[in-house]
Write a protein that binds this ligand. Sequence first.
Ligand SMILES: Cc1ncc(COP(=O)(O)O)c(C=O)c1O
Length: 343
Amino acid sequence: MKDIKALVRPNILTLTPYSSARAEFKGKAEVLLDANESPFDNGHNRYPEPLSTDIRNALGKIRGVHPDKIFIGNGSDEIVDQITRVFCVPGEDAVHALPPTFGMYKVAAGINNAEFRAMNLLPDFSIPVSDLKAGFDERSKVLWLCSPNNPSGNLMDAAVIEDLIRSFPGIVVLDEAYIDFIPEASFLPRLDEFPNLIITQTLSKGWGMAGVRLGAAYASEFIVTMLRTIKMPYNINVLTQAVALAALSEPEQMEERVGILKAERERLERELGKLDIVDHIFPSVTNFLLVRFQDSDSVYRYLLGKGIVVRNQSYQPNAANCLRITAGLPEENTRLLEALREI
Ligand SMILES: Cc1ncc(COP(=O)(O)O)c(C=O)c1O
C-alpha cells in the first residue's frame, strides 16, 4: 500500500482551507444574514453550495461511486491544475506525460513550476512502457494517462494501465474525458483497488455541456479532501450546478446523442478512407478522428476557405500531416466530405 500522504506537498497537507459562510453553516435557516450577500431574490443572489453536493450525489448514482469519493471542478481543466498543485513542490517535483496528448498537463506543470517529463507514444499511439518506467524516480509525483487519448482517439491497453498504476511511485491520473463514447472501458469500477489512482471525467464531451464547465475527479476520500483543501470556496457557480443537475437527470438523451456521434464517426471513417488525399485514419473510439493527409496544410486551408475548421495536429509527435476532425451533426459531416471530395 502506497503512502499517499507522503506524496502531498507538505504545505498543502497542513493547510487550513478557507472557511466560507455556506460551508460553516450547513443547516436550514429562514433568515440568511451571514454571507454579505444581497437579500433580493433573483435566483442567483446567494453563494452556491460549496461542495456541489447535489451533483456529486447524481454523478455518484450514475457512476456507482460514493459521493465522498467525487470532487467537482470548473471543467476538468481546473482539476488538472489542482492535482498538479496538490502533489508537486514547485521547482522540485516532476510530472510525466505521453505526447501527443491533451495539452493542459504541460501547461499546468509550467504554471506550477513542475518539471514536465515527456515520453512520446509509439507510432501506433501505444505506451512505450519500459522507456517510460526508466524515467520514474523519487521526484515523480504525477503520471498523466489519457484513455481514450486526445488527439489520437485510441484506448490505452488496460493491462498496461494497471501495471503503470502499480509501478508508478506517485499519483496516476487517468483522464477519461471521452469515456462516454466507450463506457465499458472505464476504470471507475476498479477505483478502490488503487489508492494512488485519480480518474477524471467531464460533462464537456458525451454530455454535450462544454459551455457549462463541469468536470469530476474520482479518487479516495483522502485525495478528494486534499483537492477540496485548495479549491476556491465557490468554484462551481449556481447556474452551472442547476444546468448540470438537470442534464444528469436525463442520461438517456446523452446516450442517444453519443450513439448518433459514434455512427457519424464510423461514416466519416468509411468515406474518408475512399479519398486519395487521405494517407491514414487512426482507429478511434471517440467523437473525433485523427487523419493523416498527404498535405495537411493545404487541406486545412482549403476547408477553412469553405467555412469548415478542423484542428491541425501536425506539430505533435508522430502526427505529421495530421488533422483532428470532430464528428459534427450529420449534415455538417456531409458538408465536410463534399469539400474534401472536391479536392
Ligand atoms: C483529454 C481531455 N481532458 C480534458 C479536457 C478538458 O475538459 P473540460 O472541458 O472538462 O475542461 C479535454 C478537452 O478537450 C480533453 O480532450
